[in-house]
Design a protein around this ligand. Sequence first.
Ligand code: BES
Ligand code: ZN
Length: 633
Amino acid sequence: MRYSVWILALLLFACGAPDEPDPPVAESPDEADRAVETGIDPHSYAEPNRIRVSHLVLDLDADFTARQLSGHAVLELEREDADVERLVLDTWDLEILDVTGASGDGEFELLSWRLADAHEYLGAPLVVALPEDVDRVRIDYSSSPDAFGLQWLEGAQTSSGQPFMFSQSQPHYARTWVPLQDTPAVRYTFEAAVRVPPELLAVMGADGNTFERNDTGEYHFEMNEPIPSYLMAIGIGDLEFAETGPRSGVYAEPELIESAAWEFAELEEMIDIGEDLYGPYQWGRYDLLVLPPSFPFGGMENPRLSYVTPTIIAGDRSLLTLVAHELAHSWSGNLVTNAAWRDLWLNEGFTVYFEARIMEELYGRDRRDMEAVLGVQGLKAALETADERDLQLVRDLSDRDPEQAFMRTPYVMGRLFLDFLEDRFGRETFDEFLRAYFDHFAWQSINSEDFRDYLEANLISPNPGVVSMEEVDEWLYEPGLPDTAVLPESDAFDSVDGYRQAWLEDDQSLSDLPAEDWSVHEWLHFLNGLEGDLDTDRMEALDDAFDLTESENYEIAFAWLMRAIETRYEPAMDRLEAFLLEVGRNKFTQPLYAGLADTDWGRDWGVEIYERARAGYHPLTRQAAERALGIED
Ligand code: BES
Ligand code: ZN
């Protein structure tokens, strides 16, 4: 045991260890209600009602050999309760070396602390005894090489041949790389110093990103707008920068920078559209960071620097909706934030609505309708198999992993709720309401009830007889899609349905399909609609006509590979294997592995591919793939 640890042990013995906090998980529905009323987040051990972190100073070294971030975090505190005697922080697999405290400009002195037992998916609360005058606490620590919130890639796993590291903090993985109050209910500003190998560039979702690396390998950042912890983000790699406008640009590894800059050339225009719709963009710059294909999501709305998967670089700007989505979060989510994960629809439902408005402005109503129909198809399929607790917008997640928050309901049902309000009140009135909403709640974390009250006071009551609060409550709290939903329709898709049907009924040959003119979305609708209707002959005919096995569009390739698994279409199996070895985006890998596991021929092969792909996958992708394949820990 290290000398300092002995001192700590002695000190703990002498002072008495601080009390362990109560588990945040509500044990009864009553407690869950209470947690909601008092704004307590069941997925954090922190006690922000008593004491709050208002500013964070990070100082970190990135060690690619040990796969660790190590250094210290200084938390500046504001007491809500003058009698508070402890500070409880969220941590997960952090190695805590030292905890010290200071008051004012004074020296840091050792504090008594203990790390309670780790909860399965919430990590371990770090409980620090807090002398009365201490208003800064410093924690010296290292992250674990297996931290869920970080992925360390070796040179062999990136296109540049250089190592890469990126964080993914949402929903509750910031605590795997920074000890903090890891709840969206707490917002704080931060500054950071980060040291990395000099051949790499460090970037953060913050101000201070340099467009080029420097020889010292040290970078400084600051975020002067208060953010919740799930928006903390760091990326380190062989990165280049290309400008897309006066306040926007893209970072990517050298091999991708040119195609990324072309693909995202409309970024600046999207920001302008966002501002025209819902008010000024409040974050200064807006850049994108293109991650390696192992990034487990499509995109992540880290403020000032959204993260995106390279699988949207299609060469034809056909998959930009995802960029509109992450940008829209700069208002819905980053400016007005869900206070807990039960309220996720406030982030994601608003953002899907907003994203559609941006896309409509850029590409017109047909495009918007097609995407809306695809979304609703996904929602309906998800509702059929969903747990009964997941059928309404406001969810009870108090005794569940916050990961469970992310399903179609908050995204698509949330969007349909806003579509419904727009339809009833008219676009002009609704836009005015939304602009005022973003303005009113800017820089705050709010729950569904805050929104409900604001809606009642500012839209429902001033316009009597248009929408009743019973209708609103049905959307928020009742399971299933309300009858008041206005479902999207797409003429373009109706036409695709007609062609598909005619081909399946042998009334029309493939050469008569107007497929040359089809957009990616029409293709996706065509392929999704073939589920259950194909055999290998039809697969071969489609492949001969349209070369789908070789499609360079990842969305089309994915939809095609799902059909290939269903029909055991052998000519696509090499592509399937290559796809799984290259891409770790969960939206693709999880259903592909699940599809293989569902067949009598593919499960073992799927496991075999997974074993080879595993080293390059993010911890979250591994977890989902292992569940899909039924691999036990
Ligand atoms: N905030 C999410 C990313 C996320 C999802 C983080 C789940 C943690 C858990 C992001 O804004 C998002 O929704 N991304 C979607 C794309 C979008 C176009 C629906 C994604 O990654 O698929
Ligand atoms: Zn989102």
